[in-house]
Ligand binder design. Sequence first.
Ligand code: 5GP
Ligand code: MN
Length: 341
Amino acid sequence: MENEVQDNRRELIEAADHIVITAHKSPDGDAVGSSLALLHILEAMGKKCTVILPDPFAAFLQWMPGTEGIVFYSESPDKCQELLREAGLIFCLDYNVLHRTGNLAPLLEAEIGKTPFILIDHHQQPDTFPDVLISDTSSCSTAQLIYEFAESLGSAELINEVSGACLYTGIVTDSGSFRFPSVTPKTHQIAASLIEKGVDHAAIHRAIYDTNKEDRMRLTGYALSEKLVVNRAHKTAYISLSSEELKRFNYESGDTEGLVNQALSINGVNFAAFLRQSKENEVKISFRSQGSFNVNQFARAHFNGGGHNNAAGAAVQESLEQAINRFESLLPTYESELNYE
Ligand code: 5GP
Ligand code: MN
């Protein structure tokens, strides 16, 4: 592996006194896991390193080693600016375009041309600004790409229980616990090597999936029994929740994660959506499909969003009702694309 590297990733790392690692806003298990894993690996290589995230992540990721050192733009914008200005190298993890970092984007943009960038990601159509672009849209997770990045540097042996737990979290959360088609023999080989290094896979799974709050369980129950709409003609199911409904269940970030997959799990459903009112005139949408229907294209074409073929998202500035109506009215246009076994 080591000899295959054509770019100057190694030189960029060696030359940098201080390295900053960034990931996308509303960071998920892969964003946080990849960032912290890379932090631990670079530190093991003797580098000074900081993780900057646009905003906080869900409580079920809080246990990960290294979270206490993360700097959030939403809490310390000036500190972020200072860190980025002083960085000798900036990593962009788990996002393809700078605007996925929200309010952090202008600060990153300001460093283009001044500071080298390495982007490691698995989303489609990555921007071309980075000096080193490591994009593999077939990879199940950025965490898997971080493992392979360490391999490419000849540093895989530096991965230990600590960085391994972060990598394992990214892989498990983004691969639907090893069940999506993007999982390959290599994914399992990496998971096996992490377990060999001492990663407690059962404890990680419990920390992520079996630490639900009662409010969250009741919100899920309400969403599934009262708010699920199944449109058999278009093999589509969706759930919507207003700010008022979320408030009733003391909603916290991350509480509705996975709801869209529940809608998709219905027999005969090829396309699922979850629409969550995030502000008075803003709706966050998650799209999922199984099989050939391309939700990345759908999200791009109608909601200014994007993502992967089978998992995409968007944020739109309109009322929840408007977003739902627009979504429903689009379905007949896709009648033939949605009707497959
Ligand atoms: P989720 O539904 O879990 O929020 O997002 C699924 C995938 O859709 C993410 O991995 C990301 O690739 C993409 N995505 C989510 N939200 C947005 C968004 O607002 N804009 C774009 N372009 N992609 C998004
Ligand atoms: Mn990811």
